[in-house]
Every structure is written in C-alpha cells, then in structure tokens.
Design a protein. Structure first.
Length: 387
C-alpha cells in the first residue's frame, strides 16, 4: 500500500527507549513490555519482534486476540494476559501458552476445570500470577486473602503460582497525597507477598510498577516492571523529564511513532468563505487551503480541531474547520512558497520526522492523555518501520 496517511515507526527510537529502561532498572529486574492495544497503536507484531530481538523476556496483552496475533507471527516470549476473560476463552490461554492473572475462587476453579479437560493426565502445569488489589479498585484479591488464594491455586492439578502483581492508581501524580497512596499500595502488596510466603508458597515473580512507578519509585521495582507508554517515548502524566532530572533520575525518551500524510490539493478561498461541515470556520482573509487525506476515522479526532496544527516543511499550520471522517483542511496562507502539492505533512512524531508537535501536545488539545491519542490511530493507517 502506498497511502500517504501512515504511521512511521522509528525502530531506533524504540530500541533507544528500551535500553534507557534497561539501564534504569538494572540487570536484575525483568522487563515486561505492555504491547496491548496493538502496542499503543504502534503495531504489536513489529514492536514485539524488536523487543524480542533485544532480549525482552515478557510481553503483556489485554485480550486473547492480541496474544493470538503475536503467536501467529512467531513471537515466543512469555505473554502475560492482564485482563480477565470468560470461560469460553480459557482453552485459548493454554493453546497460546499465556500467563493469566487470576484472583477469584470462581476464576481459579473455572480455569482449573478447563485445564483438567485440556491436559487430562498430562503433568503440565499452567503458570498463573495472582493479582492483588491494593487500591486500584479493579482486579485482584485483598492482601489478607492472598495466602488462601495461593493455596487454592497450588492445590489444582494443572495450575501453579508463578508470580504476584498489583497495579497503582495514582503513581503518575506527584501530589504528596497521591505519592503516599502509592507507597501504601506498595506496602500492602509487600504484605500480600508475605502472606503467601507464610503459607510456605513461593510467590514467584513479583511485579507492580508500570511506567510511572518505574520512573519515579525505584524502590518499587521488585522482580519485574511493566512499562507501556515510556517504551513508546512518552512520559506518564505529571512525570516529566525535567522532574526526573531534578531527582537525579537520568532518562531520555524519544517518541517512536510519526503520524503523517501529504498535501493532496491546494485551493484558493476568498475572505469569508467557510470551510467544512457546520461552517464553523470562515476564512479571515483571502487565503490558500491545503486538503489532507486524513480524518477522524484515521485517528485525527474531531476534538483536535480547532486547536490542532500540522507541520509542513518545518512550519506549523492550523487545521481549519471541522475534521471530517477521511479528510481535513489546513490554512497555509496566500501564495505560500513553503507548501507545495504532495508535500509531506506531519501531525505529530519524533524530531526525525520533522514534527513540531508530539502526541502529548495533541493530548492537551484533546483534553486527554498521549495513550488515547496513540491508541486512536486506526486500523486503516499502515504502520511502516523506519530503520
Ligand atoms: C497498561 C498496563 C501497564 C502499562 O502501563 P503504562 O502506564 O503504559 O506504563 C502496566 N500494567 C498493567 C496492569 C496495565 O494494565
């Protein structure tokens, strides 16, 4: 395919970010990269292959379908299944050799029944990780139940506890209150691990930190960290590079994805003529408008107008009028010698792409987070590896 609208994946930046993470956590801490949601829009097959090439042992997905794609593509790494599924999917966990998170009695029993049916007299043990809810209010047992749950798991013919985990609710916030909450979650997780050990059970690989805690709470790395967004070059919410430098944490991340298109028409409009649906934009003077073949169905969301700007040959130009499903318009000014038909247009991306905006800038405009901006890039946008 040669569609102008595409997402360029800068391999060198991905490799750079992963080595930055490796340096920061040290060689004794395992890394599990979150490749859910198609690697936050970066194509999970491409990124998982690169991660595997450079020795990443664990990947994390949210759904069975995501894991299926990776296995089909020949990915051999260990894969954690972060979200729960229903009994109809349990067999796929075994077929795809996934490590599920578990915690309710019903889930453990259902999984065990399915494993008994699947493995019969085989001595195979399915590794599971016990999820602990220390304050996220999503999945996990409470710390005081962890010992019982671990016993239940290891009492099953075909299940074995190989890890424990929890997830922080506010580790990306720097307020004192939220930092204390995170510390309490961590302490509660340590307690859960102790409770499992007290039963004489090996808790396996313990992990709790996603990107934010990985960067900001070095003491909470445990045996493994689960970075997502920083792998793709963006800092989680309030944790910025400047803040980390001030704490003596040396890290430098580079956005991996450039969202690009090209100018497909340049049209002249007189002052007062309106552009796009709803006639929300009237040309403030005689001007030229470039038409771009990119719209909200590609992931350039409607809420990115009117503040959104695109980069063409090193300068920013405003998106004008509503963003349509497949197209949008930008005001390039009258007789602008800097913008020609078929020129490359960058919505956001790393510096190599020439972009003057990042997914974080778009997140601010759209009142959201870089995660959502990146995962909104849709299926019809081809991901192309550079380098
Ligand atoms: C998505 C997710 C991560 C990664 O989060 P980031 O903030 O992108 O680093 C880690 N752990 C769990 C359980 C997740 O759901």
């Amino acid at each position: 395919m040669n569609r102008a609208t595409k997402a360029i994946i800068y391999k060198e930046n991905l490799v750079h970010n992963i080595s930055q993470i490796k340096n920061l956590v040290g060689k004794d801490t395992k890394i599990c990269i979150a490749v859910k949601a198609d690697s936050y829009g970066h194509n999970s097959i491409l990124t998982s292959k690169i991660a595997e090439e450079i020795g990443i042992e664990y990947l994390a997905v949210a759904t069975i379908g995501e894991a299926f794609e990776l296995r089909e593509a020949g990915i051999k790494s260990k894969i954690l299944l972060l979200s729960l599924c229903t009994p109809e999917e349990f067999e796929d966990i075994f077929k795809l050799d996934l490590i599920p998170l578990v915690f309710t009695k019903e889930y453990i029993q259902g999984l065990s029944d399915a494993a008994d049916k699947f493995y019969k007299n085989d001595s195979k043990k399915v590794a599971v990780h016990l999820a602990v809810d220390t304050g996220m209010g999503r999945i996990g047992c409470y710390a005081n139940e962890a010992g019982e749950q671990a016993k239940l798991i290891n009492s099953k013919n075909h299940l074995v506890l190989k890890g424990m985990c929890t997830h922080f609710a506010v580790s990306d916030s720097l307020t004192e209150e939220n930092q204390i909450f995170t510390k309490n979650q961590y302490d509660n997780f340590v307690l859960a691990v102790e409770n499992v050990k007290k039963e004489g059970i090996n808790p396996g690989i313990c992990h709790c930190g996603s990107s934010a805690a990985l960067l900001n709470n070095k003491e909470m790395h445990f045996d493994m960290v689960r970075p997502g967004i920083i792998t793709y070059g963006y800092y989680p919410d309030e944790i910025t590079q400047e803040y980390l430098y001030s704490k003596g944490v040396n890290i430098d991340l580079k956005p991996v994805l450039a969202f690009e298109t090209k100018v497909v028409a340049i049209r002249h409009f007189e002052k007062g003529k309106t552009i796009s649906y709803g006639r929300t934009y009237a040309c403030p003077e005689d001007t030229d408008i470039a038409v771009l073949p990119i719209g909200y169905a590609d992931g350039l969301l409607r809420r990115f107008s009117p503040e959104g700007k695109v980069t063409i040959n090193g300068k920013l130009y405003p998106i004008c009028g509503r963003i349509c499903m497949d197209q949008c318009m930008v005001n390039i000014g009258k007789n602008n010698p800097d913008v020609k038909l078929w020129d490359k247009v960058v919505i956001f991306g790393p510096s190599q792409s020439g972009a003057l905006m990042t997914a974080d800038d778009y997140a601010k405009i759209g009142n959201t987070i870089s995660y959502e901006v990146l995962t909104s890039i849709s299926k019809r946008v081809e991901r192309v590896v550079e380098g």
